[in-house]
Structures are given as C-alpha cells and as structure tokens.
Design a binder for this molecule. Structure first.
Ligand code: FES
Length: 104
C-alpha cells in the first residue's frame, strides 16, 4: 500500500457496506465514507445544516438523507436537494487492494 502526502487510509473495503456507512477521523477531520451504487464516496462528516452525523443518514440510490432534520444530498455531486447553494465537501477516493484511501 502506498500513501501520498495528503492521502490517508480510512478503512478496509469490507468495513463499508451499502447499509453501513462509517465515520473516519483523518488528522482531526471527520470523513463520512459511503458505499453508494457500488462506488466508495467520502464526504465531510457533519451535515452543513446543523452538523448532524451524515454517516448515520439513510442512503437511497445516490441520495443521502441526514438523520437529524431530513435534508438530503446527492452523493455523486454533494448537492443539497433543499438549497442550491449548499454542496457537501467530497474527498477523492482511491482503492488500493483492500484499502480505502482518501485525499484531504
Ligand atoms: S443537521 Fe442535517 S438536516 Fe439538520
């Protein structure tokens, strides 16, 4: 496994399933990691509305719904469905063997 300067291993591929997103802490930054339609997607850990835990949200297709107040986001783009100006921060993901690597 190789890691670049800002690339961090957040989990093994087996640790993230479609029904079980995870929260990883990477150098003090919370990152939510989803298996979404067969792809791994990493976003900011807290909801931009009021910092709800996004990894505890429901995912249907590519739409993530925050568990606190139900705002929803397209995981493919980060775009909020309620507010055009809100976009989740997404982090580049690379799979290396069994490892999920995220670049911050
Ligand atoms: S904290 Fe996510 S919708 Fe309010």
């Amino acid at each position: 496994m190789s890691e670049g300067a800002n690339e961090f291993r957040v989990a093994s591929l087996q640790a993230v399933t479609a029904g079980e997103p995870i929260l990883a802490e990477v150098g003090g930054t919370d990152v939510a990691v989803f298996m979404c339609q067969g792809r791994v997607i990493a976003t900011q850990g807290q909801c931009p509305h009021a910092e709800g835990p996004l990894h505890e949200g429901e995912v249907e297709g590519a739409i993530l719904t925050c568990p606190w107040h139900g705002w929803s986001f397209d995981l493919n783009t980060g775009q909020s469905q309620e507010d055009d100006t809100l976009v989740l921060k997404r982090y580049p993901v690379r799979i290396d063997g069994d490892d999920i690597l995220v670049t911050l």
